[in-house]
Design a protein around this ligand. Structure first.
Ligand code: SF4
Ligand code: SF4
Ligand code: SF4
Ligand code: FES
Length: 947
């Protein structure tokens, strides 16, 4: 595909229903009321010269290049700030305008270095273009006067430069940072000729900047410029694809030179991101070609042996042979597979198909087990669908936004920007979180209520909120009567109204003042459209599923389901965690969440796949590991997942992996799990394959191959080869054929195909005959399950209790610049922001233990010990400590325990009783880890020396 140049309409669109008709350069055009003349002109096929306007930010009217003449009006108004009116006759090209524009351009160019031919933006610079458009041939003032040309460049950001010598002070960057990103990191300092763009009088790296790239995108010159473009030049062609990091699912234009990515530009038509991005998708793609990529299959008989590089055929043959041998010796159920939420839907579908059809059992699970499995369970039980209820754009109609156990500005940054925009417009905000997350107070945003609950008391807090709704007469009675199962509602109403669920009764337990709970509950129930957004702080608890049901109860009771601006919305973590669940990655479900024991469904798959399938659910990941330790589960295929780092209780995970006779790991890098592997199969990155990802709003976005698979095969091809070697052949020439099969066998995907996705860009399931264009909002008019079902949500404290020995509670989370186990982001420049995981501790707890800021501290729990450097901060409440889990050596999961959600087995990452004390050196586990890493590296270098 040639390099796609998106149209810049100059000013943002309006959504008014009323239309106005006018004439521009004699061409009639009709636009929504409120549209600028500049934007209307583009619709009429006329491009008005411009510099300070771009359609991602509101018009500013500073450059005076876009002047027009309007019949019957005096002067030459700016077309970007003047709105189209009925009957207007506008002229954009007159001798008077041409003269004025040349004069404006002359001033700009006289203060601009004339290095166009060697400038990185040459050919893609609006200033250069405009000089051409207005026909500027010479500059009367000369270039010798006072100018900014020799200003010092700021190279501090690892991904882009700021060269003030090229700045035309159009303030597009400042407005993009404010309006698009919502960070307000930039200002224009000084006045007139002395005006300069400033990142708060600091270098970019030390400023508030979060490297989202919105300013770089908006800059019409080479002032703010990607370093990759400066180094490599501009792209020659582009490929539209989907970000492979988080569940926002931003659409990007990968600009390429041959098989090399030059830059990733957020795509304006992307329906999840509308042209915005965060640092990860925009800049942190270098991992895809990092030198650590493993590009050759390898095998070894024992995990203490050196790896031996082999051909694909030999590796696949060896893995299949081992799996067959194990099944012959230990039985059919002695092997299983783990699908990846990083891989495409098509790849995930194939892995679960291989397990069910070729392994002959249902021992398949996915990393959603450790994150959002309670979402599936809780929302299915109450609403009838295992997914969020809204599209992201719905937030634009929310009047009250409730964020529970989520940190959107770090974990879902692009959606956070959209949410912040709505909050700046005046929506109210309630945050329920043990930590003071950034959203609570950001520029022009201030939470109405922050309920800083004790970790592990989510259900008590949601019950207390519902108690207020029920006992203060705030239930939407007509909605409940019409839409919900009233018997279940009556039971729930009686339960929730009990005094023990009141905010006052629960105050001591939750740590949240009852008055705040009451006020927040009233705001939620009476403040207009109320929308709940939640994250792993809800699900990763022993009562994760109960909490999901508690939020669903509250939303139903107040009529906040089934229209725009409301809903219960999981902010799903990984790029395709929704998809991996949809595709049948759980041991009890086929694609589309249909139970394996349902005869009609199973028979349909048996007929389509031409194989007999098992009707009993298989093993979940923790059960596979238990069975391995017991000696009954001996073979595992893990695609794109690093359970040795990401799953709780590392000792237990590694004991299970270490006990197996054949572990097959397929990944981009030799990850922690690979230390226990016998077969390593190279994985392919998102740039190397075709397929789809499904984001947190159920949106399927296309992933398109930008470069050939670096190891020769895409992941779906590897799974097909392994299945064939096991005796079950699959026939697909392209991932589109896999999607066609998914659509044939899955009613909610019946209308999905690559052809349709190419036409419309993206689709939200359900997409079928009833909803051929997909379903942005679920449960309109009627719940998927018929009547919404209220569930009793008794609060049961976790068994993980603090004690004299472990008096603090550890809770964990993510940071913007790193991603999950860090496999990708650690191999990028993002390490400048977060080179190690840090333990946040309140000053009170630190002082009590003699801990100073920056000290190394031991973090110990009933499960194990590790050590980290401490940061003393009041963002965390007394009695609670917090860390991230991005670096393997931190061993955050060495201390997390085996406690899990009662319904789904999702680990209780968010509550671990711990003790913290100053130490001088790393823990035994860390020393062991470093030694293992050293040996692995040595084995690898010996292997490559022998090549
Ligand atoms: S990169 Fe983003 S956060 Fe940083 S200054 Fe630019 S717009 Fe603001
Ligand atoms: S840095 Fe770019 S966008 Fe910002 S004021 Fe200068 S020229 Fe305009
Ligand atoms: S918000 Fe998520 S999907 Fe979007 S660019 Fe960032 S990491 Fe990628
Ligand atoms: S583009 Fe309209 S004044 Fe600058």
């Amino acid at each position: 595909m040639p390099l796609i140049q998106e149209i810049d309409y100059g000013t943002p669109p309006t959504v008014a229903q009323t239309l106005v008709s006018l004439e521009i350069d004699g061409k009639p055009v009709t636009v929504p009321a409120g549209t600028s003349i500049m934007r209307a002109a583009v619709d009429a096929g006329v491009q008005v010269p411009k510099l300070c306007a771009t359609d991602s930010v509101k018009a500013f009217g500073s450059c005076r290049l876009c002047l027009v003449e309007i019949d019957g009006r005096r002067g030459t108004p700016a077309s970007c700030t003047t709105l189209a009116e009925p009957g207007m006759k506008v002229r954009t090209q007159t001798p008077k305008l041409a003269k004025l524009r040349r004069g404006v351009m002359e001033l700009y160019i006289s203060d601009h270095p004339l290095d166009c031919l060697t400038c990185a933006a040459n050919g893609n610079c609006e200033l250069q273009d405009m000089a051409g458009v207005v026909g500027l041939r010479e500059v009367r003032y000369g270039y010798e006067g006072a100018n900014h040309i020799k200003s010092t460049k700021d190279e501090s950001n690892p991904y882009f430069t700021f060269d003030p010598g090229k700045c035309i002070v159009c303030s597009r960057c400042v407005r993009a940072c404010e309006e698009v990103q919502g960070t307000f990191a930039l200002t224009i300092d000084g006045r007139g000729f002395a005006s300069v763009v400033s990142a708060g009088n600091k270098d970019f790296i030390d400023s508030e900047c979060v490297s989202c790239g919105a300013c770089v995108q908006a800059c019409p010159t080479a002032t703010l410029m990607e370093k990759s473009v400066i180094a490599k030049g501009q792209g020659e062609h582009s490929v539209i694809t989907t970000c492979a990091y988080c569940g926002v699912g931003c659409t990007f234009k990968a600009e390429m030179q041959g098989n090399e990515v030059v830059r990733m530009v957020p795509f304006k038509d992307g329906k999840a991101n509308h042209g915005h991005s965060c640092v990860k998708g925009r800049f942190s793609w270098g991992y895809a070609t990092h030198k650590d990529r493993m590009l050759k299959p390898m095998i070894r008989a024992r995990i203490t042996d050196p790896w031996r590089e082999v051909t694909w055929d030999e590796a696949i043959g060896y893995a299949a042979g081992e799996f067959k041998r194990i099944q012959a010796k230990y039985g059919r159920d002695s092997i299983g597979g783990i699908t990846s939420s990083r891989c495409t839907n098509e790849e995930t579908y194939l892995v679960q198909k291989m397990v069910r059809a070729a392994f002959g059992n249902n021992n398949v699970d996915t990393c959603a087990r450790v994150c959002h499995s309670p979402t599936g369970y809780g929302l299915n039980a109450t609403f009838g669908t295992s997914a969020g209820t809204q599209d992201f754009d719905s937030v634009e109609d929310a009047d009250v936004i409730v964020v529970i156990g989520a940190n959107p500005t770090d974990a879902h940054p692009v959606f956070a920007s959209q949410m912040k925009r709505r909050l700046r417009e005046g929506a109210h905000l309630i945050v329920i979180d043990p930590r003071r997350i950034d959203l609570i107070k950001t520029p022009h945003v201030q939470a109405d209520y922050h309920l800083p609950l004790r970790p592990g008391t989510n259900v008590a807090v949601i019950n207390a909120i519902s108690h207020v709704v029920v006992t203060e007469g705030l239930v939407d009675e007509p909605y409940v009567a019409e839409r919900c199962d009233t018997k279940a509602f009556d039971l729930w109403r009686n339960f929730i109204a009990e005094e023990r669920n009141s905010p006052e009764a629960l105050e001591t337990l939750t740590g949240v003042p009852a008055a705040d709970v009451r006020a927040a509950a009233r705001l939620y129930a009476t403040g207009g459209n109320a929308a709940i957004y939640y994250g792993l702080g809800v699900t990763e608890h022993s009562q994760g599923s109960t909490m999901v049901m508690g939020m669903a109860n509250l939303a139903m009771a107040t009529g906040n389901i089934g229209k725009r601006g409301v809903g219960v919305n999981p902010l799903r973590g990984q790029n395709n965690v929704q998809g991996s669940c949809d595709m049948g990655s759980f041991p009890h479900e086929f694609s589309g969440y249909r139970h394996v024991s349902t005869d009609a469904v199973r028979e349909m798959f048996e007929e389509a796949w031409n194989v007999t399938l098992q009707g009993e659910p298989g093993l979940r990941i923790p059960n596979m590991l238990d069975a391995a330790v017991e000696g009954t589960f001996m073979g595992l295929y893990v695609q794109g997942e690093d359970i040795a780092q990401s799953d709780p209780n590392t000792h237990h995970v590694t004991s299970g992996l270490g006990a197996m006779e054949c572990v097959v790991v397929q990944d981009l890098f030799l990850n922690e799990t690979a230390s226990y592997a016998h077969v390593f199969l190279p994985g392919s990155s998102f740039l190397e394959k075709d397929g789809t990802f499904t984001n947190a709003e159920r949106r399927l976005g296309m992933v398109r191959k930008a470069i050939p698979p670096m190891a020769g095969l895409a992941d779906w091809e590897v799974t097909m080869a392994l299945s064939k070697a096991l005796g079950y052949e699959m026939h697909y020439n392209h991932p589109s054929e896999i999607m066609d099969e998914i659509a044939r066998l899955t009613p909610t995907f019946a209308g999905v195909s690559f052809k349709k996705l190419d036409e419309v860009g993206s689709l939200q399931w359900p997409c079928n005959a009833n909803a051929p264009e997909g379903t942005p909002i679920m449960h309109i008019g009627k719940f998927v399950r018929g009547k919404g079902r209220f569930m009793i949500t008794e609060f049961v404290p976790t068994e993980e209790r603090t004690s004299g020995r472990f008096p603090l509670i550890l809770t964990t989370g993510r940071i913007l610049s790193q991603y999950n186990v860090g496999a990708q982001t650690k191999r990028t420049e993002n390490n400048v922001w977060h080179a190690e995981d840090i333990l946040d501790i309140h000053p009170f707890d630190a002082e009590h233990r003699g801990i100073r800021d920056g000290d190394r501290v031991e973090l110990s729990s009933r499960a194990g010990k590790t050590s980290l450097h401490a940061r003393i901060t009041e963002r965390i409440q007394p009695g609670v400590v917090y860390t991230t889990f991005h670096h393997a050596v931190s061993g955050a999961n060495v201390v997390t325990t085996d406690f899990t959600d009662w319904a789904t087995g999702c680990p209780e990452y968010k509550v671990t009783a711990v003790q913290v004390r100053p130490v001088k050196k790393e823990s035994e586990w860390q020393e062991h880890y470093r030694e293992t890493k050293r040996i692995t590296t040595q084995i690898m270098s010996e292997a490559s020396a022998g090549d």
